[in-house]
Design a protein around this ligand. Structure first.
Ligand code: GLU
Length: 462
């Protein structure tokens, strides 16, 4: 069975790069009928917060990415790690190192002076003597001192590291007994039955160390896929300024989960030139072997384009529910269908849609000066009054087409162009010259409100 995982360190909020590898891992597990596990790497007590772990879980819930089974918290697994450290000590594959801090510093300085790689020199590797007093030992693993260590990477191909270039007998448990990062990652992935590790290629340099741990413990080494980073338009690593903020900030900005996930799946993965992917399609088509070898470029226009695509195609009922988060509660009185149909083509985000909608529903309290100069000419009052009289005289006004007919009638009767009524009416209804179709606006706000807005505009502008 395919088992993947997402293993965030809860030092901050879930960010976009992390979410992308989580999505890849999720898709691959789902495609294979496997499991997608969530492990919170919260061993660094000083830098981790429970809040951050909760934020990650909340972000997953918002996106609808369900993980399988219980969440694994590394902070609760000390006994397990201790057991495997003891096993390595018992088998002679790890040992206590009594080097003091001063000795370590001295070694490092000598190596630097000799222009050598700074590394532990293995002096306690085969130590049989009496340990020095007053030094709390760390535990080091016996790493290979030479020879190749091959990371078989599904994205980058085989990457061969030479043990003598990169490894020393690295610490697996600190003096206080706490296990170190590369040790716990390897132990957890193995015990959780992870078969494929999909993660950012910033972790590639950790992988040889993790392989040393797997081998020492006799665990099966999973398949690795190291995903190239996301870059900004300048080709630099994505930073906060480029929009690489907390995933939940995308919700605040008004992006839908569908748009965000679609955006992310295309960052570093492609399927021909297809751009729009439903979750079902992503699951069906995703394969980590197709992950691009080079960095992907974060492009806000693309995200906006996808976002507007999903908004345009969303049923109004669903849209109305989502809009509540942005402070817009629509009732049936608001003629939701017409309102959203007339506006959803115009909005890039849910937030924008909520704002546009609020604008339509609110009686203008001021008028854009430039618009008035351009569109509210001397004849505007007469034209609007003629139109208002027709509205007053009409019995049934409901649909946009009912209002449209009345506008047509004014145009014919007064022998004017459509713009002659359109511009002042638009200023009256919306306070400016942009916005959705006027017939839709009037149908949404209704007869009384339309008359009020016309009267207000005449009073203010003529
Ligand atoms: N905890 C690591 C991080 O948040 C990920 C470890 C891994 O995926 O192996 O960067």
């Amino acid at each position: 069975m395919v088992v993947t995982r997402f293993a965030p360190s809860p030092t901050g909020y879930l960010h976009i790069g992390g979410l992308r590898t989580a999505l890849f891992s999720y898709l691959w597990a789902k495609k294979n009928g496997g499991k997608f596990l969530l492990r919170i790497e919260d061993t660094d007590k000083a830098r981790n917060s429970e809040e951050a772990a909760i934020a990650i879980v909340n972000a997953f819930a918002w996106l609808g990415l369900a993980h399988d089974g219980e969440i694994t918290y590394q902070s609760k697994r000390d006994d397990i790690y201790a057991k495997y450290i003891q096993q390595l000590l018992d088998e002679g594959k790890a040992y206590r190192c009594y080097m003091s801090r001063d000795e370590l510093t001295e070694l490092r300085e000598t190596q630097m002076a000799n222009k050598e790689r700074t590394m532990y020199d293995g002096r306690y590797r085969d130590f049989g003597g009496t340990p020095p007093e007053g030094v709390e030992a760390v535990i080091r693993i016996k790493a290979p001192t030479s020879g190749p260590i091959v990371v078989k990477d599904g994205v980058k191909g085989d990457i061969t590291f030479q043990a003598e270039d990169i490894l020393d007998d690295f610490v697996i448990a600190r003096a206080d007994g706490s296990p170190t990062y590369n040790f716990v990652v390897a132990v957890d992935d193995a015990l959780m039955g992870v078969t494929e590790v999909i993660r950012g290629d910033d972790h590639l340099s950790n992988t040889p160390k993790q392989i040393v741990v797997y081998e020492a413990l006799g665990f099966v080494i999973p398949a690795f896929y190291h995903v190239p980073m996301i870059h900004n338009a300048e080709g630099k690593k994505l930073s906060k300024r480029d929009g690489a903020t907390d995933v939940m900030a995308y919700k605040e900005m008004g992006y839908t989960p569908a748009a965000l996930l679609n955006f992310l799946v295309r960052l570093g993965w492609s399927h021909g030139d297809q751009e729009i992917f439903s979750m079902e399609e992503m699951i069906e088509l995703f394969n980590p072997k197709d992950i691009n070898k080079s960095a992907s470029i974060y492009n806000t226009q693309k995200l906006d384009w996808l976002s507007s695509h999903y908004i345009k195609n969303m049923p109004n009922k669903e849209l109305a529910e989502l809009l509540e988060f942005y402070g817009l509660v629509l009732t049936s009185h608001d003629k939701k269908e017409i309102l959203l149909d007339s506006l959803k083509e115009r909005a890039k985000t849910l937030k924008e849609l909520a704002e546009l909608t609020k604008e339509v529903l609110a009686t203008p309290t001021s008028y854009d000066e430039k618009a008035v100069v351009k569109g509210f000419k001397a004849d505007a009052t007469e034209i609007l009054n003629t139109f208002a009289a027709k509205i007053n005289a009409a019995d049934e006004l409901h649909l946009p087409s009912d209002y449209h007919q009345l506008m047509e009638a004014v145009v014919q009767e007064m022998e004017i162009g459509f713009g002659k009524i359109g511009q002042p009416l638009r200023i009256a209804l919306l306070g400016k010259l942009s916005g959705p179709g006027l017939d839709s606006v009037m149908s949404i706000i209704g007869k009384e409100e339309t008359l009020t807005r016309i009267a207000n505009a005449i009073a203010a502008n003529s």
